[in-house]
Design a protein around this ligand. Sequence first.
Ligand SMILES: Cc1cc2nc3c(=O)[nH]c(=O)nc-3n(C[C@H](O)[C@H](O)[C@H](O)COP(=O)(O)O)c2cc1C
Length: 205
Amino acid sequence: MMKILVVYYSMYGHTLKLAQAVAKGASKIPGAEVMLRRVQEFEAVDQIIDQNEAARQVREQQQDIPICTVDDLRSADGVIFGSPTRYGNMTAQMKQLIDSTSSLWLNGEMEGKPAGLFTSTASTHGGQETTLLTMMVPLLHLGMLIVGVPYSLPEMIHTEARGGTPYGATTIAGGKGELQPKSEDLDIARALGHRVAEIASKLRG
Ligand SMILES: Cc1cc2nc3c(=O)[nH]c(=O)nc-3n(C[C@H](O)[C@H](O)[C@H](O)COP(=O)(O)O)c2cc1C
């Protein structure tokens, strides 16, 4: 069985929705077992979420999704990482997971595995591409093979305000999180999951 790990962080649910679409796309590849995992929350942020109704609801929605471990990363044949943007970069929570992988790096255990990326921003030009590009950097240090989204996907060519970049799948959440991923955003997310799983399957031979 080939394992595809979809690991994400989400405070208001947008990245969670992309993660679910990515997982769905990956599951279409025969023999793929998809593991959906969330990133461990910081204790200090957890306390702030207690005071925020919207974030509290999203936290409850995610309760049954297991927290990602280093062993999940080790056992995966391909990984798709999702994080909302924080000032044009990934969240510290996701970085914390990546920074806990030194045992994997030492033994080259992530080398040659395909990796895809997805993100959510509040605004159209709030840093989707910088987030995706900077998320690639540690993955390249780990020896992963970066997989993007090709322009053969019809949803990629557009001029209106929504996701669609060759660097990964994206959505726009709105300043107060009032928007939801558009169907095209979810199409691209599914295609990304499918593509990473397909490449992982081919690499396994
Ligand atoms: C500290 C902080 C920094 C943020 N920086 C940006 C930013 O640079 N650009 C932007 O568009 N949104 C920014 N946001 C908004 C988040 O990206 C937004 O809440 C997120 O995409 C929603 O995803 P989620 O529903 O999965 O949590 C920031 C939010 C926080 C809390």
